[in-house]
Design a protein around this ligand. Structure first.
Ligand code: TRP
Length: 451
């Protein structure tokens, strides 16, 4: 993100840029495994309800704050209120936690891409392939370092525009390919049970954890509660409609997540043992999809195409995550871009190592009952982001007042159709829900109160 506030050209430019940041591993890798783990249809339902309420209100607020102040998170909060400046800093910590473990997963994707390209796709369909890979020591570290290195080189040379151009072509193709894979999966024996599990809510599976997981996923997937959308908003032109842009980004982001689930969850029932796979967690995509590709004629080509596109989606996100971290450090410590890149690269490797080793040799070490990767994921998605979201809601609802956001939304001359919804969510619904969920989940993790 450049220092000078260049504006996006037109609404489509803004939507594509923001959607480009939003769509990533969160949609393709994270959403399906959470949906599988937290009861399928009920998770989907809760997610959708939260997306059109929380997601809508928070994204609107963040983009409006950015456009109003023309600054990124830290500057924007400072400018609006000295007392609330800490929220900007808190938001800036989130990408620092996410980037290292995001890159670990990015490394897995790179590994699978190379496996498929080099004709080893069939081996990946073997049930133990993924497990053997992540429990080994050097291989995952190598792929993870490669992924971080690639990201750092791109940020160092400032050539992300090139990558973005490629990914603008890759993304629509990824969507088409996913539709094809999903249809293929749905035509297999047993897949219908998976489809039903995925789309029909079963209220027996509902718990506070479902809501917490869905909420964390919403923030993660839409790049909310970490200042990113504030920065994007600062690049947005006054005459573009914030409200309709937010709707478009939401539909795009949720659509891709839904599609990824449609590809993976029915496949679980078609190629594997649901009892064992539904709760598989972060490895789900890497276990299920190779088995599906193995059954497909020309599956190794489909597999290679799929993983290269996911790799690009992951890279555009990791670039923008690293860019955010780099710009925060550059502003704060006045380091040069190159020095900052080198430091962030080293820090990222250091912080990512436990997440990588935590699956294998360090699997006996847990933090609050979590493996390292899950711990970083939990701290960012289930603790920090809800806290930042809560503070943002309280700040907007009671200090800045919803009216000033509404004024900014209406500055484009498009009105604000969901104004009432926005006010209610920001002032009451979101803060109350977040507090309830945060408190119960922290008590749960500490073992004080079991949910
Ligand atoms: N939303 C991205 C995804 O779904 C991940 C992400 C989180 C991100 N924070 C970000 C991407 C900041 C870019 C910038 O994968």
């Amino acid at each position: 993100m450049d220092k000078q506030r260049s504006s996006f050209t037109g609404k489509l430019g803004f939507i594509m840029a923001a959607a480009g940041s939003a769509v990533g591993l969160g949609n393709i890798w994270r959403f399906p495994y959470l949906a599988a783990q937290y009861g399928g249809g009920i998770f989907l339902l809760v997610y959708l309800v939260l997306a059109v309420t929380f997601g809508f209100a928070l994204m609107t607020a963040e983009i409006a704050i950015g456009r109003k102040t023309g600054l990124s998170a830290i500057g924007a909060f400072k400018y609006l209120s000295k007392k609330w400046a800490f929220v900007g800093y808190l938001a800036a910590i989130v990408p620092i936690i996410i980037l290292p473990y995001y890159s670990v997963i990015g490394g897995w994707v790179a590994k699978f891409f190379v496996a498929f390209v080099s004709g080893h796709g069939a081996e990946a369909a073997d049930g133990t392939y993924f497990g053997d890979f992540i429990t080994s020591v050097w291989e995952p570290i190598g792929w993870f370092s490669l992924f971080v290195g690639l990201t750092a080189v791109i940020v160092w040379f400032g050539v992300e525009k090139g990558i973005e151009k490629v990914s603008k072509i890759m993304m629509p193709v990824l969507v088409l390919l996913s539709v094809f894979i999903a249809i293929y999966a749905l035509c297999m024996d047993g897949a219908i049970d998976g489809l039903l599990y995925y789309v029909v809510p079963d209220f027996d599976h509902f718990s506070v954890k479902t809501v917490l997981a869905a909420m964390g996923q919403l923030f993660y997937s839409m790049s909310l509660a970490m200042g990113i959308m504030i920065t994007y908003g600062s690049y947005m032109k006054k005459e573009e409609s914030i409200e309709s842009s937010v709707r478009h980004i939401e539909i795009f982001d949720t659509g891709i997540a839904f599609l990824a689930g449609l590809m993976i969850i029915p496949s679980i029932f078609a190629v594997g043992d649901p009892d064992q796979l539904l709760s598989k967690g972060p490895g789900l995509m890497f276990i299920v999809l190779p088995q599906l590709f193995d059954k497909m004629a020309g599956g190794h080509i489909v597999g290679a195409a799929f993983f290269v596109m996911v790799l690009f989606a992951a890279l555009t996100s990791s670039i923008s995550l690293m860019e955010t971290v780099v710009s925060v450090f550059m502003d704060k410590f006045k380091w040069s871009r190159k020095t900052t890149c080198a430091i962030v690269f080293a820090g990222c490797i250091l912080l990512g190592l436990p997440s990588s080793l935590g699956n294998g040799v360090w699997s006996h070490i847990t933090v609050m009952g979590f493996a390292f990767l899950d711990f970083f994921d939990f701290i960012s998605n289930s603790v920090l982001m809800p806290v930042v979201a809560l503070l943002t809601c309280v700040f907007v609802g009671y200090v800045l007042k919803p009216k000033s956001i509404a004024d900014e939304v209406m500055a484009s001359g498009h009105g604000f159709k969901s104004r009432t919804l926005f006010d209610i969510v920001i002032k009451y619904f979101a803060p109350v829900c977040i507090i309830l969920i945060l408190v119960t989940s922290v008590l749960d993790v500490l073992g004080i109160f079991k949910i």
